[in-house]
Design a protein. Structure first.
Length: 642
């Protein structure tokens, strides 16, 4: 039986890895993988086109795959190629997600049971969407759900349009079929066109046809410079990775100033024409040329760009999420059957998931060249990582499945939070000015976020204590003592790291802003975590609270930690308000209500606790009440006897 159990687990783990890695495979005669690695500069950093495609799809669709009208699933980079090289095909793909299309009031748009729509579906409503967007509240935090949906749709359409024209001028399919010829014509027009313009300004005779042609090119490329989102043209040699790149429009306009046309422009034009005509040989040759040119210009960046493409393909956090679910199920099953075998399997799987989680964390650090926490997304990844690390130590010493179950649950939950935070775009964006600072900041953020991990883990263990104590008849004094010790140890760890992290934050604030403490909402949240931890420790040390009270305080720590982590950002005020997310307050409120329900359950009188531990407490309480009642009656009986 033991061998059978392990075989089933191995098969499930193998399937998780196969499912995660198989999504990166691309079956095409075109060298799509090399195209996906081509570098661009967006948001102040150099990244592969694959990252651009994935981030754009996440914003538009909340997913990283596209289903064609024929029912075929294509990868983000394949969609990006269609969008830029065959837009007439890409416009039929349903990539715009509308949660409540009926509420938009766009006649003829909504389809029953359909939440995804194509660019062609939305095309008849462009003017109406634009006019409605102009009428909504300009303050994002004060918009109604309807206004938020209009704003997201308008932003999505603009993003789609800007991405579509990142590699070539604005125009229809006919223009894309002759891009190289257009650029040649443009280069031959610049000299005579400039001459005609100077003659016109001097009041002399000029070639009106040539001038109009020259001005038409200028207008088109000026429009392109304002629309094109991606900066695909690096500066000429000698180059620096920090120098600003240009989009295709700006590059074409600079040719008018006498600069030579970058070979990147003509290569992308050749790529587009080759893809449209089905010429895989030419496409692959130009992709190879672009890649080699980038290696020559940016030898220090090529490894980072290549690694980011591999990181995107491996999807370590997606694999970790699935493993955490499997670990939680195995740990729960171990409490019913085969406890020794299943708890051991859960422990080793937890180590595997933690290793993959760690790989993802270190990969982001390498790609970004920064500490592990730079925004809300990375903080969610790190909080889960820290909780899993603590859960491994708990499981190592207790071997009862509780540490593995709670660590995997927190790991999964925080990665789900991170996944939803990624819907706003690039999670490897350049750090905000308030965070891009010195050594004290890096240590402060890491230490205090580790404190978040410990507080959430302690709260999760307290929830386990209450659930088992109220509903599980086999939960006894020994189990209660062991679990209570776990919570105490993790809580003490969390208080220590929260206190040290808060002090380090004060040192950084003193160096950056000239004051150690300013009662900023984020600072107050950090102080509240330290205080709730101190309340727990003093209540335990002083015997002020017993098990029920201590568990309620630990779960209350979840509420306060969530407030310090997310709630202070939702206020939109203070020096630390750098992570506002629309809709965050709703989910934060749901979390608070759920924790309040657990607290209320834990404070139920002992007679409602079905466990052996709860009934022993109830019997002891009843015995104490009876003894007290008998003691109070004895004096009266003695008086009557006398």
């Amino acid at each position: 039986m033991k061998q059978f159990i392990y075989s089933i687990i191995i098969v499930l783990v193998a399937y998780i890895f196969w499912d995660g890695l198989s999504s990166a495979k691309i079956d095409s005669e075109f060298d799509v993988a090399s195209f996906a690695e081509l570098p661009v500069q967006v948001g102040g950093r150099i990244k592969p086109l694959d990252s651009v495609a994935r981030n754009t799809l996440l914003i538009l669709s909340n997913r990283q795959t596209v289903v064609t009208p024929e029912g075929k699933t294509i990868t983000p980079i394949k969609w990006f190629m269609e969008l830029n090289m065959r837009p007439e095909i890409a416009d039929t793909y349903r990539v715009f997600k509308l949660e409540f299309p009926d509420e938009l009031g766009l006649a003829g748009l909504a389809e029953r049971g359909q939440r995804y729509y194509s660019f062609n579906d939305l095309r008849p409503h462009f003017e109406e969407i634009r006019s409605r967007f102009a009428e909504i509240n300009p303050e994002p935090q004060q918009r109604s759900p309807y206004e938020r949906q209009i704003a997201e749709l308008n932003h999505g359409l603009m993003l789609y349009h800007r991405t579509m024209h990142s590699l070539h001028p604005v125009g229809g399919p006919d223009r894309l079929d002759r891009l190289v010829d257009e650029y040649r014509s443009y280069l031959s027009t610049i000299g005579p066109g400039m001459e005609a313009l100077q003659q016109q300004q001097a009041g002399e005779e000029f070639d009106a046809t040539m001038l109009n042609r020259f001005m038409a090119f200028g207008d088109d490329y000026l429009k392109l410079s304002q629309i094109a989102m991606l900066k695909v043209i690096p500066p000429p040699p000698p180059v620096d990775s920090m120098m600003e790149w240009k989009n295709v429009g700006f590059e074409l306009l600079d040719v008018m100033k006498g600069y030579p046309l970058s070979p990147y422009v003509t290569s992308y034009a050749t790529l587009t024409m080759a893809y449209r005509s089905g010429d895989a040989e030419t496409f692959n040759r130009e992709v190879s040329t672009l890649g080699q040119r980038f290696v020559g210009d940016f030898p220090n960046e090529i490894n980072r760009v290549h690694f980011e493409y591999i990181f995107n393909s491996l999807q370590p956090f997606y694999i970790s999420m699935q493993l955490y679910v499997l670990i939680f199920l195995i740990a729960c099953l171990s409490w019913l059957r085969w406890p020794r075998e299943l708890s051991r399997a859960a422990f080793w799987l937890l180590i595997l998931a933690f290793a993959i989680h760690t790989f993802g964390l270190l990969s982001r650090m390498y790609i970004q060249g920064r500490p592990p926490i730079t925004n809300l997304y990375s903080s969610a990844v790190f909080v889960g990582w820290g909780s899993v690390l603590l859960g491994i130590f708990i499981e190592k010493f207790n071997k009862n499945g509780i540490g593995a179950a709670m660590a995997s649950l927190i790991g999964f939950s925080t990665l789900i939070v991170a996944h939803h935070l990624a819907m706003s775009g690039d999670t490897l964006e350049m750090m905000r000015a308030v965070l891009d600072s010195n050594f004290w900041l890096a240590t402060h953020v890491i230490v205090i976020t580790f404190g978040y991990s410990a507080m959430f883990l302690a709260g999760a263990l307290a929830i386990v204590f209450i659930v088992l104590g109220v509903f599980n008849k086999r939960f006894n004094k020994e189990n209660a003592r062991s679990l209570s010790s776990m919570i105490y140890g993790v809580m003490a760890f969390g208080v220590l790291f929260s206190l040290v992290g808060t002090i380090l934050g004060g040192i950084w604030a003193d160096q950056s802003w000239g004051r150690f403490w300013g009662w900023d909402p984020k600072e107050n949240g950090a102080l509240m975590i330290v205080l709730i931890g101190a309340v727990y420790l003093h209540a335990r040390w002083g015997g002020i609270c017993q098990e029920r009270g201590l568990m309620a305080i630990a779960i209350c720590g979840n509420i306060i930690t969530a407030w310090s982590w997310f709630g202070t950002n939702l206020l939109g005020v203070g020096l630390h308000s750098y992570g506002f997310t629309e809709g965050g307050f709703y989910w934060l409120s749901v979390f608070w209500v759920s924790q309040s329900v657990f607290i209320a359950t834990g404070l139920l009188p002992w007679r409602y606790w079905r466990s052996e531990f709860g009934q022993s407490k109830y019997n002891k309480e009843r015995k104490r009440i009876l003894i007290a009642a008998e003691a109070s009656e004895r004096p009266a009986d003695n008086d009557q006897a006398s």
